[in-house]
Each structure stands twice: as C-alpha cells, then as structure tokens.
Design a protein around this ligand. Sequence first.
Ligand SMILES: [Zn+2]
Length: 277
Amino acid sequence: MKQTKKQIVIRAYTPIAKPLNASIQKNATMLLLGEIPYENGSKVFNTKLYYIKGVRGMLRHACMKLAQACGIEVCHSSEKTELKDGTKLISSGFHPLGACNPPCILRRLFGTFREESSISVLVDPIASIRHKEYTTEVVVQKVHISSENRIALAYDRTPIQDFRESYFSGYFSFCIDVTTLTDDEIKFLMESLLYIEILGGGKNAGYGRVKILDFEVQKIGIVRNIERDNGAYKISEKTEVQPILLENIEEWRTAYMGENLAAVEQEQISALVSDKK
Ligand SMILES: [Zn+2]
C-alpha cells in the first residue's frame, strides 16, 4: 500500500489549559481515554491517556478571526439566524452556516452539518509520565496533568461551593491533514495560526493561553507492507517526510478577497498614515 499525504504539524505551548472539560457531578475533568503501559529501563508502568478537546474549534475560531480581519464574509457556526424571542445570532461579517454560494473559505475547510470538512485535525493523546526516559508502543505526548481544587466565594469571602477542575500544562503538538487542499487554502490556514490564542475554558481566570511555537508543512509518503513474524502477520510502515516550502504566504488573499482586498489595503494605509501624524 502506497499513499501520499500533505499535513501541517504545529508545535505549541500552554502554561495551563482546561480544554472543554467533561463534567462528572461537580468535578470538571479532562476527557479520559484508555490506560497504556510504558517502559522505563526494564520496568513496565501504566499511565492514563487524556484527549485535548477543542483543538479543531480553536483552529476554526482563528480562521474566522483571520477572515474577519480581511473583510471576508464567512459561515457562522450555526444555521439559525435568530432565537424564538428575536435575538439575532449572526453578527455582521457572517452568514448562516452553509448559506454561501459559492462556498466561502471557512465552509470549504470545515464543512457544515451536512458536508464533511476537507481537513482533519489530529491530536495525539497526552499523559503525565513521571519518568524522564520512556518508550511506548503508541504515540503519546508527555505533559503535566493535574487537578485544581477551587472554591467559589460569597461577597464576604465565605466559601459557598468547592469544585475540582483538571488541567494540563506543557508542550504539545497537533496536525492538520491538508491532503485535498489547494496551495491557497493551505496558505490561508498557515496565516490563521497567527490568530490562535485561547484553548478551552477559564479565559477570564487567565487559563488557556496557547503559544504557537513553530510549524512545518510536510509531504508524507507512506508505504505499508505485510510481513511474516513467525506464525503471525505484522504490518510494517515506512514514512518519508519532505518539507513543502510555500512562497508568498499572503498570496491566498488575491484568490479569496476579491474587491475586499483593495478596500482593506486602503484601510491599512490610512491607519498607518494616521499613526504617523
Ligand atoms: Zn459560508
């Protein structure tokens, strides 16, 4: 089996993030996956895996911000335009999800309730592993995971309710499969990374700040074979990674901004001129 893929691999850091937690009674915990063994020297230990929820949402939000900054109208996250009481749901600069013709850049990338998205956002599970050196059979990202006991206070500072929230801290990476995208669409995604700031909840308390450190656009060649291993068959996989180097990142603007481009550039020039005054 031979396959070629294109992907963007992004390396990020968060001092503390509480990614869209799952709640169990009054405790907000991280999404718990399975437990796996890892080896340190000749000893075997177990560790719990957790999933970082909300990375795709974080990326979608960044794309919406970039589109807004460029004056491009894009899909909102909902098909509804207003609530029963008349409250408007769609702010200016957005149209209801899937209402665009031709499809806007956000819809082409993230799809709608009925259309599949053209990208997949992949995040390897995270785990707290105490040992410095370790090996696992599957890919695991080593971070610090813990819980915080919090107390809600009344005005006179008497505690009225306590609750626990899980968080993680450290370096992590995620990957966007961009195999079916055009270069212009990839460039749009690359530029949207500049707008990533917050992951998960607790923004008011200062939680969830994410710093994107660097990223690579890669072409991956994958070859899988079936091999005999005594009485069993094993699947071997070889991957070859080549960097994709794209020039003129902002070039996507000419493809998607149309008449907006001139207007936005004029605005930026006037802003610069008034700054200098
Ligand atoms: Zn749209």
